[in-house]
Write a protein that binds this ligand. Sequence first.
Ligand SMILES: C[S@@+](CC[C@H](N)C(=O)[O-])C[C@H]1O[C@@H](n2cnc3c(N)ncnc32)[C@H](O)[C@@H]1O
Length: 267
Amino acid sequence: MNVVVDKLGPYDLGRIYQGDCLELMKAIPAGGVDIVMTSPPYNTLPKSATASGLHAERKSGKNLWMDKAAGSYFDSLPEDEYQRWMVEVFTDARRVAKGIVWINHKVRYRDGEAVHPARIFPFPIWCEVIWDRGGSMALNCRKFSPSHECILGFGRPHFWDNSVNMLMSVWRINHDRGADSHPCAYPLEIPRRPILASCPPGGIVLDPFAGSGTTGVACAKMGRRFLGFELDQKWVDLGNDRIKAQEKGMDVDELRAGQTSLLELIE
Ligand SMILES: C[S@@+](CC[C@H](N)C(=O)[O-])C[C@H]1O[C@@H](n2cnc3c(N)ncnc32)[C@H](O)[C@@H]1O
């Protein structure tokens, strides 16, 4: 008989907890979740608060990106420190996952050189997907303007649904969905496909950088259980509202996630 548990260690499933994922993951036993699906901070927040280029609000002198993105953490660590942190977090993510650890990341440029995410994470790669975002914010960069991100699957699958193989490995998904009040939310389709492919129905998905809860919404839609961690209380609240709304049968994907309270709409 399959016993469905709604708790994992000290955590209730189906929600996001506030805190540092590295600390919170310690309470998850080895192999406690099926897969990890996440998009970590990219270490790309501008160091200066001075308005410039596309990030500037006209005439206000305010850097909109900084304003929106900087919350409980500052996404501009020295690059070597950032990479060490990433490896530490995802080494532990691999400990808690039975199957694949999916990381959505992208090529960034430091001192004129590309830093490819595959060079940051020293783990065996099972699967690479290119997310074609269909456009670029960097049109004056003296190179083919970056318009893609990667979704790298590390480790080995403990479950794989072969019926999704025909989705192929280049996904054209416009970046106009998801929680538009979170500056770096991914579209729902990004976590949906890896979850469908590599997490068994009823299985548990962990998102250590849950942001506005898109991974949790995808799980609620697809009959998978979810656990999320997030540093910034503002996104914890928004994410938990979105997940609860989806669990109550609202199609969160169809709503602007920036609404003050999604739950007010259904209560
Ligand atoms: C790229 S965003 C994730 C967005 C998410 N996929 C969504 O769709 O909303 C990364 C998130 O990691 C959070 N974060 C940064 N450092 C963290 C840490 N140490 N522990 C947990 N969350 C952290 C940030 O606040 C941010 O919301």
